[in-house]
Design a protein around this ligand. Structure first.
Ligand SMILES: [Ca+2]
Length: 95
């Protein structure tokens, strides 16, 4: 399970827990997070869940947290047949 919480320096407290991988039913691992210029969060992780016909192998899942609505998108499946662990995810923003 992937959980998101934000630390506030001003109040010195954590926000409420938000479950990121809420479409996943089994192991989620190796989350990577990036923030864009509009403060949206982009999260990628590896997941064994058979979500959207991805099968029971380890695949790369992705979702966005909208900074305005403070809600998460549905999970996008980025790979369907990866047979190796994905070690690094890099987010690029094209102008
Ligand atoms: Ca899979």
């Amino acid at each position: 399970m992937i959980i998101y919480q934000k630390w506030s320096r001003s109040s010195e407290s954590w926000s409420e827990r938000e479950i990121v991988s809420n479409e996943s039913i089994i192991e989620s691992r190796s989350p990577k997070i990036q923030i864009d210029s509009e403060d949206n969060l982009h999260v990628c992780w590896q997941d064994y869940s058979d979500y959207n016909s991805s099968g029971g192998d380890l695949d790369l899942f992705y979702k966005i947290r909208n900074a305005t609505t403070e809600s998460w998108s549905l999970t996008d499946v980025l790979t369907y047949n990866s047979d190796k662990a994905i070690l690094r995810v890099v987010l690029y923003r094209y102008q």
